[in-house]
Write a protein that binds this ligand. Sequence first.
Ligand code: SF4
Length: 226
Amino acid sequence: MTAQRVLWERLNREIIGCQRCPRLVEWREQVARERRRAFADWEYWGKPVPGFGDIEARVLIVGLAPGAHGSNRTGRMFTGDSSGDFLYRALHEAGFASQPTATHSEDGLDLQDIFITAVCRCAPPDNRPLREEILNCQPYMVEELRLLNRLEGIVALGRIAFERVQRILRPDHPLLPFRHGAFYKPADHFPWLLASYHPSRQNTQTGRLTAEMFAGIWQRVRDELG
Ligand code: SF4
């Protein structure tokens, strides 16, 4: 195993064992115990969800937090819910994912040149992590950014991810404005930053984020990577 891989495994073990946020520890475990009827025969993951994807990736995707019955059930980013269905279909069409579906952690899905993380690793009530919970979780993304040594760009899914990435990478600068499709390259040493609406059910079912709009994001990523 390479030294880099060892560092990733150490980080992931630390994330999975994390209990820093009492409210989220209680909630993720409660959801895992009670389960949704459709998943009654599942053994929920019920723990923090580590990053997923290609550790040599040039592009990092940053989401918000695990879905209660998605990643909190399956243990893998964006796996097992409608947000993941929307995301992985688009990534597959753009050539970044080996398959268009993500149903469970052993389904064979493989990502190329993409690594996926989130600002908060535990499922929050109402999909809303508190500011202090996001801050508690921030060191994990900081470490991932350090380990992704081929990184060229970041796709932020939603305003919270878009702002958090900036707070980490350029804390002394005013926040850049968020709008879907906004692209920034603030400085030579800074990865480019592309903003997208989050593929939440609320956004995709209301037409705020369409498949076509989302495909445009991944086409832009392709163009940037050359
Ligand atoms: S949200 Fe992050 S910091 Fe808080 S308990 Fe989960 S993994 Fe730990």
